[in-house]
Design a protein around this ligand. Sequence first.
Ligand code: UDP
Length: 312
Amino acid sequence: MKTLLVTGAAGFIGSHLVDRLLREGNRVVGIDNLLTGSKQNIMFALKHPNFTFIKQDIIDPILVRGGIDEIYNLACPASPEKYQADSIHTIQTSTIGVMNMLELARKKKAKILQASTSEVYGDPEIHPQVESYKGNVNPIGPRACYDEGKRIAETLCFEYRRVHQVLIKVVRIFNTYGPRMAYDDGRVVSNFIWAALHGKPITIYGDGSQTRSFCYVDDLVEGLIRMMESGTSVTGPINLGNPDEFTVAELAKKIQVMIGGKSVRVYKKLPIDDPKLRKPDITLAKKKIRWTPKVSLDEGLKKTIDYFKTQV
Ligand code: UDP
């Protein structure tokens, strides 16, 4: 039986990953500071005999007894609203926190998967985004705490590989959605669904012509596991995302049609440095880890809407 450490275990993606790893018969240690994650997300896991939960921040010194085979380092707020709320802490998470996890991987001789992001491409000048594109990030803008944080996190991973031969796996995660997103998470899918369900105005930033490509959480989790299980020469960075691209206005319309009701659309200023286009090129993921997302936006939205209907 393998022992796996998941940081950000009570978060949106982390909790789905934990459930799947437990179902597959692993022992899982989950770490979370419960800043944006919640115990409600790990209700199933907390009752499982093979799950141990540690409430702690990854920027604090960490001591885990016994062996660890693999580390999934997912801890970090991912919604612009949340990662900007305490920007310095976001930077600490991707620097001090990532170094703590890499040190742990080194000591335990564990493989480590680092969650990076499509935000390393910034407001991209090439479309779709391929891993070889070096990005267009504003280093002093309001998104930099996350974007530059994740860029240095990637650098740290590759230096730990070069200097200490740590087995690293870097994935760049594109917009992901599904059940267990917090209703007040601030990201577009949860905001639109929550507003439409409660007959509140749907707020579109800018004119709604900016695009995103939305990946259902189960597909993403499959990609994370495939990446972890790939051969040692596969380090990444590899894009994980659904290449089906939609404008934000199209997304709003879809959700309004699916939910019905009479929520109106209102328009607000586009936030500074908000990327205009985003769509992953997933050629590398298809080739190196044989991964391709399966769940269409319609199918995934339906499941997500059903989940939000159960939330008060
Ligand atoms: N957005 C919007 N209304 C909202 C939340 C977000 O129009 O209530 C837009 C946002 O400006 C961006 C896109 O939707 O262009 C995706 O935003 P999100 O915060 O989900 O993630 P991002 O891809 O920007 O990290």
